[in-house]
Write a protein of this length. Sequence first.
Lengths: 341, 399
Amino acid sequence: MSRIFVHGCGAVSPAGWGVGPMRKALEENAALPIKPLPRPGWTKPLNIRQVTPPSPRPDFMTHARLRRTSPISQHVVGAALEALGPDAQRVSKGELRLGIMLCVMSGCVNYSRRFYDEVLREPATASPLVFPETVFNAPASHIGALLGTPAMNYTMVGDPGTFLQGVALAAQWLSAGQVDACLVIGAEEADWLTSEAYYIFSRQVVLGDGAGALYLKKDIADGALAELRAITDCHLYLQNQNRTKAAARARSQLPGCQPDHLLADGLQGLPRLDGPEAAAWRDWNASRISPKRILGEGLMAASAWQCVAAVAALAEKKYAAANVSVVGCNQQAIGAHFAAT
Amino acid sequence: MVITGAGIITAFGNGWKLNAAGFRQGRIALKPVTLFDVSRQRVKIAGEMSLPESLPETRLTAPQQKRLDRASRLLILAAHEAWKQSGWEPTDNLPVVLGTTSGGMALGEAFYRQAISAPHSHRSQPTRVVHYQAQSQALALADAFGFHGPLTLIANACASGANAIGHAWELVRSGAAQRVLTGGYDALCQLVFAGFDSLQALSPTQCRPFDARRDGLALGEGAAVLTLETLDSAQERCAEILAEIVGYGSALDTHHLTQPNPQGDAALAAMTAATQSAGLSPSQIDYINAHGTGTPMNDIAEANAINRWAGARAATLPVSSTKSSIGHLLGAAGAVETLICLMVLREQWLPPTSTLQEPDPACNFPVVQKPTGAEVEYALTNSFGFGGANASLILRRWS
């Protein structure tokens, strides 16, 4: 059985571009400021925690593929390149078969809304440049093209638990020898349309956007930040299994509380939405971080941030192991266990 | 890794029989679009299907059935046929791997139209938010047949269905699962139709894959679902085995977001990987169901890839594209075309590209133009998508 190690991580979040700013925001433990997001037809804006454009502008944004992309592709590439570090060069030289696994929930909603709006107004003038960017796998294609890698490249959709499914699938690719290394990226971009969709269910939810990336290799412990020890089963929300039951089942498949363990959970500080996850982890009395409370509800990006935060803490040798809990909004509860190397 | 159940729904109708008859004869099922306004589009036809008024009996409650969108209905109809044929029972651990490009996008469109036209009305909006997402369709499928298991939804554009089946095959092959329900689905929607029209990728005349004067594709909708399991599992249950999946290859074309490398490098890589994983050489393949969209750029790239991959064998290797009959089903295409290969293997005929008039001289291979009987042991199907997702699958006749 192969052992899977995390060799890099990357993040783009409302705290800034990089794992550093995200970690700093989490350590300060103060929710980032909320910004107004205009909603056409409303006098009152929606609330958002949004990634601000990087300054200075990174070189990758001048790549031909990335000049007219929507923010999600930029988030994906930013997080991916940080996670890869110097190995990006090895991939480009063809020395490393790099698998790419992108996980999204809302995906390229910005351009989808814009394009559909153009269609409703006058289909004859709807932009052929915008439409291709609406496809779920456009960001994964861009990072593949930027790195020049023809290897396995999948985009998975689903609720935020899908990020951990993506990690499990990457581990399978590595174990089967289909790739030498694999990037797993969770990403989203903010838009008033998605924000309103959440506003309908809870007026207190504040969406955030960005990306998180883990860079995985098998059987190479040297230089690793952490080891992936386990991913739980996917506990679906079905006729006979609600969110509470699913969260409890996912929790029961992860190791119990130890004083030197960390929990990176998905709580937002909204009791009605947090209920099932809070109940499942009620007995956890060791350290805990809740990235969504600080960065916002980043959907797929948020579950990636949880993993990145857990791995970064393990890399600093602050903990011996970490559990990640993702109780997704409408599909599944799932968890992961990482250990320090 | 064998197939023990197969379900299909396309513009030809619901089920194997209607579809086999349509593909065998090379009938054309394209017709004027009625689902949304196409009056201001360049092109006004597609492979739109007439959905049956009611769904077959499943475990879904009446309210659940009422909430199903068009894409979910397509998926459940195809899955029902596959499920019944397989003889599978509800279970706690059945992985599902599906491909789709747009899930329930029509609901997303309705959400947006209301958000713009009545900004303060949230009537029906919560249901649209939940049900436009692909995981809702997959969860409905799980509830309909009473199983639990990981739901993997692959959105690799037009290769989604083929990648889903390929991934399911890898799960069974690696021992990670004994059985997997897999396939692809997509329903027609205005955003995607207008998108392809904006790219001028839709044919304003007739979709004619591999024709020297081809001028674009036609869109369609549908679903195909397969039950895939180990040979041991199938034989233990005395299940009827329909065919084997023996090879799968996947590669990324980094040339351009929407245009393939003109030499078909990634297509060649996917086909080569598929034959290698099957332990076969191109000379052993008896039929190719091509991606064959009918766009000038896809077909030349695919023709070059097939020529390079098959070498001398190309001269006698029958190739056809069934997109001339039902249109391009996007996320469902790879799954539907895998099922067409299954029909070819079971019934030993080749589906024609009946709209072909003048084969492109770039094709070193014969493009099947008329209904033909044939001896087929191995069939290969290609799927290529936006973003450069390329996938090939190889099926073997069960005897």
